[in-house]
Structure formats: C-alpha cells, structure tokens
Design a protein around this ligand. Structure first.
Ligand SMILES: Cc1cc2nc3c(=O)[nH]c(=O)nc-3n(C[C@H](O)[C@H](O)[C@H](O)COP(=O)(O)O)c2cc1C
Ligand SMILES: [Fe+2]
Ligand SMILES: [Fe+2]
Length: 385
C-alpha cells in the first residue's frame, strides 16, 4: 500500500494476538502502522510491536531499497509502536532519533542499554526538512500518553496522527469494514478519558490543511475527512453520537434479564427508535462501554448482591467511571429477593460522574417481574422515551 509516490506503508497486520493490550478482544486482529518518507533524507514514522518486527524489518528494507535510514520519528512510546526501535538502531546505528523531551526519558526506561548516537529533540512547531518534504511536530500530550506528538507533512498535506483516528482490525481482514464501529470501540476504551487533550489537538489540526490522515492502527483516511473529524469532535466532547436507549443488565438467574427485555419492548412500543440491549455477563465489556458513550440515554438493570450490586454491573460502572463517562441520562431498575441494594449502589457510583441525570422512578422488582411492577416500568419508560 502506498500513500503516495514518496510516502510508503511499511506496517504489519497482527491476526494472531488474543487480546490487544491484554484486555480488548480483537477478532479481526489489529494493524501496527509504520510509514517511510523517501526524499533526500528518509524518515521512518514510528516502528511496530515486537510481534511484527520481522515482517516490518523486511518491509522497511525492501522499501528503502539500499537507501540509508536517516530519521525515525517516535510519535508514541507505547510498545505496540516503539517495540522495534532498538532493532532499528541496530540496523542503522547512525539514524537520528526524533522525539520530544518526554520521548527520550521513556526510550531510556523501555530500552535500558540502547545506544542512540544521534538524536533530535523537538518541541511544538519545530520543523524538519527532508528535501521536498517538511515535517512539523505538534505536541499532543495525554492523547493518551504524555509523550504523544503528531506530525504534519506540508508538501503532501499528510497528518501522521499517532493513535488518533486509530481502529481495531488487521488491514487485510477489514478492507470493507465500517470505520466507525471499531474506531469508536477503540476510542472510548483507549483514549476516552482524555477528551480535553483530544479537543486541544483537534483545534490545532483545524488550522492545518489536511488531505490524508495516517494513523498508527487501521486504515489510512483520505476521503471525506470531515466525517472522521466530526466524529472525533463529538466523541471527545462527550456528546452523544446517536439518539437511543442503551439497556445493560446484570442478572444472576435470569429474572432481571427478563425484566430488562420487557422494558426494551415497552420502549419500542412507545416509539423509541434505537433500543439496544446487552447482557453484561456475556458481552464484550469494551463494546458495552462504547454503546454507553454512543447513545444519549442508558438504563441499567441489576440484581442485588451481598448488600451491593451484582459485581459484573459494578465492574461495568467502574469502566465507565475510569473513562470519564459524563453528560448522559440514566434510568435504574433493581432486583432483590430480600433487601434490594442494587440501585443505591449503582447510584453511588454514577454520582461520582459529571452531569449524570438519574431519571425517576427507580424501579424495584422483588425476585420476579409481576403484573404489579408494570406501572412503575411504564412510568420509567415514559420518563426516558
Ligand atoms: C450471592 C448472592 C447474593 C445476593 N445478595 C442479595 C442481597 O444482598 N439483597 C437482595 O435483595 N438479594 C440478593 N440476592 C438475590 C438476587 O438479587 C436475586 O438473584 C435476584 O433478586 C433475582 O434476579 P435474577 O434472576 O436476575 O438473578 C443475592 C443472590 C446471590 C446469588
Ligand atoms: Fe497508544
Ligand atoms: Fe497504539
């Protein structure tokens, strides 16, 4: 894959990884992207995870085709991108490593005995001329690590965006896949907490004339860039993307699940268009986090458990809390067989989050949904529909 005559893709697909970052299911794998700019001086934009080092090295040497590697730009030190940096320096001991002050601290942490002969420390707005290509470095601290920077190449108007605009899925397996679905799951779970730094970066990006975005995971983006930038603006400002009600339930013996299903039917019958329901015990939690952020309303239904809430719901709420979940309307349904405590426990966690509106009434079911519970469920449905 070529970005242009002079900008080449040298990344690799990882189709055998079990869990990305040891927690995210990636049934279609993931790509570690890396690029080479061929000019009077050559520049390598990031390396790849050690898991793909051999293939990447082949891609690099084939693409350089005997040329020297002059610069490596280290935009992000996470091992899925900087994992092959030491190998690169073994291959090209004279290469100039380009990073910011924080990058070099991390390089020395990750690679104890690395021998960098040539380095260039850059800061906001610094430029590096390669011949006909010029790189400008734009700091992006906490998107989503402190050393992150992105790079703008002005002659071809390419933004190398680090993990920004990244997506799960190996390129070879997801050629025709919808972008937003897995980009959204990636964004909220990995970057979600850092909405404000992403907003800052988007403001800086809006001053640039961008034709192509080259992220470190997923496809290169070149058409209709406004679509991707708008989604990133929505996501990073914690605004809901879609109107709809996301119902997440945590049920031990199935009765809370049944109540949640009945509630979903009720909402559909009242004309709510998007009603999405999930079983937190069995779904991918990262997918549930994605849906919680995606829709403007959420209903949580959970069994009480040891004077608290069924742990899988507690775990889900802690995930949302860790990702700075905010600005949403939430309804609560609890179940309990002797002293229901699920709603209070959920409310306590929700109250630590910014701008969460809990809709009344909170519905309490005793063991099994009964005819007598229907009016309260109807009231909740009317309040959130
Ligand atoms: C280990 C365990 C602890 C529970 N703790 C409570 C509790 O503290 N208070 C309560 O009212 N019900 C408690 N329950 C009962 C559940 O809330 C019960 O399963 C629920 O009322 C029925 O809904 P379900 O079919 O969705 O599980 C507990 C159940 C289990 C298995
Ligand atoms: Fe990262
Ligand atoms: Fe990454």
């Amino acid at each position: 894959m070529n970005i242009s005559d002079k900008i080449k893709y040298i990344g690799v697909d990882d189709t055998t990884i079990d869990l990305f970052e040891s927690q995210y299911a990636v049934p279609e794998g993931v790509s570690y992207n890396s690029y080479v700019i061929l000019d009077d001086k050559t520049a390598i934009m990031d390396t790849v995870d050690k898991r793909g080092m051999k293939d990447w090295e082949n891609n690099l040497l084939n693409t350089l085709d005997g040329k020297n590697a002059d610069y490596v730009i280290v935009q992000h030190m996470e091992p899925d991108h900087a994992g092959s940096l030491a190998r690169l320096i073994e291959l090209f001991p004279e290469i100039t490593v380009v990073g910011n002050a924080k990058t070099f601290v991390m390089i020395n942490q990750f690679f104890e005995n690395i021998n960098i002969k040539n380095s260039l420390t850059v800061k906001e707005g610094d430029t590096l001329n390669l011949g006909s290509h010029t790189l400008t470095f734009v700091m992006a601290p906490m998107v989503h690590w402190p050393e992150v920077m992105v790079t703008y190449e002005s002659s071809e108007k390419v933004l190398f965006s680090a993990d920004g605009f990244g997506k799960f899925g190996a390129l070879s397996l997801t050629e025709n896949a919808d972008w937003a679905c897995e980009a959204r799951r990636y964004y909220f779970n990995i970057v979600g907490k850092y909405g404000a730094p992403v907003q800052t970066l988007l403001k800086k990006a809006s001053a640039l004339d961008i034709k192509t975005i080259c992220p470190l995971h997923g496809p290169v983006l070149s058409d209709n860039l406004g679509y991707y930038l708008d989604l990133y603006n929505t996501w990073s400002s914690y605004q809901p993307e879609s109107k709809g009600v996301f119902i997440a339930y945590a049920s031990i013996h199935g009765n809370t699940a049944y109540a949640a299903e009945q509630f979903a039917e009720m909402l559909r019958n009242k004309g709510v268009e998007n009603v999405v329901i999930t079983d937190l015990s069995r779904c991918d939690i990262a997918e549930a986090v994605e849906d919680a952020f995606r829709y403007d309303r959420m209903v949580l239904a959970a069994a009480s458990y040891d004077a608290g809430v069924f742990p899988i719901m507690q775990d889900f709420l802690h995930h949302l809390q860790a990702k700075a979940f905010q600005n949403r309307t939430v309804g609560l349904i609890e179940n309990g067989s002797w002293a229901p405590t699920a709603a209070k426990t959920m409310r306590n966690i929700l109250e630590t989050m910014k701008n969460i509106t809990i809709v009344e009434p909170v519905v309490t079911i005793k063991s099994v949904l009964k005819e007598t519970d229907i009016p309260a469920l109807e009231q909740l449905a009317d309040a959130i529909k």
